[in-house]
Design a protein around this ligand. Sequence first.
Ligand code: CA
Ligand code: CA
Length: 159
Amino acid sequence: MLKLRAAALMLLCLAVPDARAQSDAEHTLDAVFHLFDEDNDGVITDAEANRYIDKTFKEMDGNGDGKITAADFRNFSFGLADVAAAEGKSDSYEKAKDAIFKRWDKRGAGALTLDDYRAGVLADAAAAQRGGARPQQGRFDIRTFKRAPFIKEIMKSLR
Ligand SMILES: [Ca+2]
Ligand SMILES: [Ca+2]
């Protein structure tokens, strides 16, 4: 009996950290989703996505020349710098952002214009909508959001 209980306890100890990591990741994902979903109705509309893109571009383009550099992009938190730091994942988070920047910098200019940035986010959103077992046209919810390449890359960097 005692042995059994010890075994059960050990299983519990093994299971708990995983469960916590899982729920941290879910919370993080939720938080990022809500940065886009202004009215909290669980769906990101095109208008909300475009407003988020305009707003974050303006914040990243500190010198107002209409371009963001890799450093601007890397140094911007997207609401996750604190999470990354707390998890000791700042380096991998920055690397993930470097990779996303490169992917979106299609001309290899070393800088993104607002159009480049918008095209990058929307291309990833389109890929997410194509990727589902049952693509839901026009309904961009958190399950779709999870499949967007840039979200996958960011979430992976925080694990
Ligand atoms: Ca919404
Ligand atoms: Ca700039």
